[in-house]
Design a protein around this ligand. Structure first.
Ligand code: ZN
Ligand code: ZN
Length: 371
């Protein structure tokens, strides 16, 4: 599987470039299966050399016995080792990942190997990673499963007296108890009006200070990530039911209905061959018709996989065209300062003739989201 990915990558090298030095960690994992850090993969048609250090020697023997592995001694840096290997191989033009290598590293490489022409390249591996193979789709499904089991625990023990911070911490442990290696990003727990901030950092605000909260969470499992957002109505269960709360709930329900319809519209239009920008713009246009012009202030979605944000990107200026095998989030939202925000986020798999919603947490206002 990894050898096939590497072969496919080599076939996309631009003319004149024989080697690619891959240093972006998720790209190295994608091409080798190796999960350690600070390791470079040097790739050409005939060879795949993984440069790592002593910390990972035994892990490498276990994880990737089919690779040519060079463990650099503690006296040599990774860059020195990379330069040595490529010079010994008489490499001419070597591509480096321009979005990963720092200017200082690029300068150092030039100093270490002046005979090599270092070619800045971007996005070659990321381009391949957009289209998931069956193993990856399986891993994403499993990661969603973990996130959903963690959510069941979250709901089961919620009492209403917890703070946003406590719940965010608790979610980390539920994800691990459900079998994940960790959350796929720090969970967002935003009570009431704080949900109007798309990336609200958790505070000491308590659940029972408002009739609802926004939860955005995901799991990492077998290296792959999931990403889900739900609004949890806590008002009915807390039973405080003041007129102020009822007012908030009824305004929120209106907002919720519009966001959910926007999401349904997007999901109906997603299939291979459709421009990602078009899907985003259709939702934005629908929101405008409903009277919301600036309340949706981020993109509609993003690819997920080894990283929480990867291609393709669903936003108005996206150049991407959806392809079979993309896995993307669909997360329309409306944020009203003072009231709060509604974001509904699901993960979908793009097929030739439509898309499959992989997440199953209920999102019906009247039933499913009541805790
Ligand atoms: Zn999210
Ligand atoms: Zn997301």
């Amino acid at each position: 599987m990894f050898a096939i990915r590497r072969e496919r990558l080599v076939s996309t090298f631009p003319d004149g470039v024989e080697w690619l030095a891959v240093s972006q960690p998720a790209n190295v994992t994608y091409l080798t299966g190796f999960t350690g850090e600070a390791s470079w993969l040097l790739l050409c048609r005939q060879r795949a050399v993984l440069v790592s250090d002593g910390r990972f020697e035994s892990q490498l023997a276990e994880e990737r016995p089919d690779l040519e592995v060079v463990i650099r001694p503690p006296t040599r840096t990774t860059l020195e080792t990379v330069a040595d290997i490529l010079q010994q191989a008489k490499a001419g033009n070597v591509g480096v990942e321009a979005t990963q290598v720092t200017l200082a590293e690029a300068e150092r490489l030039k100093e270490l190997a002046p005979s090599i022409t270092w070619v800045p390249m971007g996005g070659l591996v990321e381009r391949l990673r957009r289209v998931k193979d069956p193993t990856e789709i399986e891993a994403i499904r499993a990661s969603i499963d973990v996130a959903e089991r963690a959510f069941a625990m979250f709901r089961a023990v919620l009492t209403g007296t917890e703070s946003e911070k406590e719940l965010a911490d608790a979610m980390e442990s539920y994800v691990r108890r459900a079998g994940g290696s960790g959350t796929s990003f720090p969970p967002i727990v935003a009570v009431g009006a704080r949900s109007a901030l798309p990336h609200a950092p958790p505070t000491d605000r308590r659940v029972n200070e408002s009739p609802f909260l926004l939860l955005d969470w995901g799991a990492t499992h077998r290296q792959y990530r999931s990403d889900i957002t739900r609004i949890i109505r806590t008002g009915p269960r807390l039973g405080i039911g003041s007129s102020e709360w009822r007012e908030i709930e009824s305004r929120l329900e209106k907002l919720y209905t519009v966001v959910l319809r926007g999401q349904e519209l997007a999901i109906r239009s997603i299939r291979a061959g459709v421009r990602a920008a078009e899907v985003d713009i259709a939702v934005r246009r629908y929101f405008e018709e409903q009277g919301y012009l600036r309340e949706f202030n981020h993109g509609l979605g993003h690819g997920i996989g080894l990283q929480i944000h990867e291609g393709p990107s669903l936003r108005p200026s996206s150049p991407d065209v959806l392809e079979e095998g993309n896995v993307v989030t669909v997360e329309p939202a409306l944020y009203i300062r003072g009231l709060g925000g509604v974001r509904i986020e699901d993960d979908v798999l793009v097929h030739a003739d439509g898309c499959e919603v992989l997440t199953r947490v209920p999102k019906d206002w009247s039933m499913g989201i009541v805790w």
